[in-house]
Ligand binder design. Sequence first.
Ligand code: ADP
Ligand code: NI
Length: 263
Amino acid sequence: MKAAEEGRMTTHVRKSQSVSYTGKKNIKQKNEKRFYNATPMHNQSDQTYIDQTAGFVKNQLANAEAGHDWWHILRVWNNAKLLLTKEPADRLICELAALLHDIADSKFHDGDETIAPRITGEFLSGIGVDSNRVRHVQDIVQHMSYKSSLDGATFHSPELAIVQDADRLDAIGAIGIARAFHYGGFKNRELYNPTIAPVVHRDKASYKNSTAPTLNHFYEKLLLLKDQMNTETARTLAASRHAFMEQYLEQFYHEWGSVGQTD
Ligand code: ADP
Ligand code: NI
């Protein structure tokens, strides 16, 4: 049943992506609208907050790098909605945090980790979200990154658990592989170098400063994520994505063959 749910989710995304390739803007917008309304569980004012936030984030991320762009946000938002069908939490907080979680990723802002919570607070207060929820969404945005978890998390909530899992699901599997190589290209990293072994990053600084080939990132983060999911539902969803990455790596080494062994 979970596989079916996942299939349904991706169909929504695929539809709007495929029509965008044809350039038929009106169809794309219609499909996106259907996507927004996938789970009509909110009262009217909550739905207004969500719609306003989605519009704001989409606009802010118009030129974002493809691994952290509006499509990533849509996928994470959708993952969060799926987790919310099984995991109890405040829907509005989860959806707002999923939408805002990459609004100003520190790795694209000279390491400044204060920008995202600040923009989040200003935006949500500005549209009238209650102050407790604003604070909670800011806490999630500040603490959900993989880097933060390496430094020992200081904030926990069921809502953080869900949004973090939703983001981590998008870091693994076929999409995770695409995002990793895209990021590696963006940073001009080697695909693979058999002479550079992966390392276990024990703290945030070591993880952030790594310039290793992209394949190392699988061992340094991506293959570790399935055991770091907070919720049972995400753990189940992670299993097939993880298996796909393992299969991918096997094929990668097979094709690489003996290249590098002569160096
Ligand atoms: P977070 O934003 O949760 O702290 P990261 O900064 O580790 O997480 O990265 C988010 C995504 O960016 C990763 O899942 C991956 O797709 C990509 N990424 C980050 N660092 C690397 C890297 N060294 N090599 C390849 N991809 C990376
Ligand atoms: Ni993200």
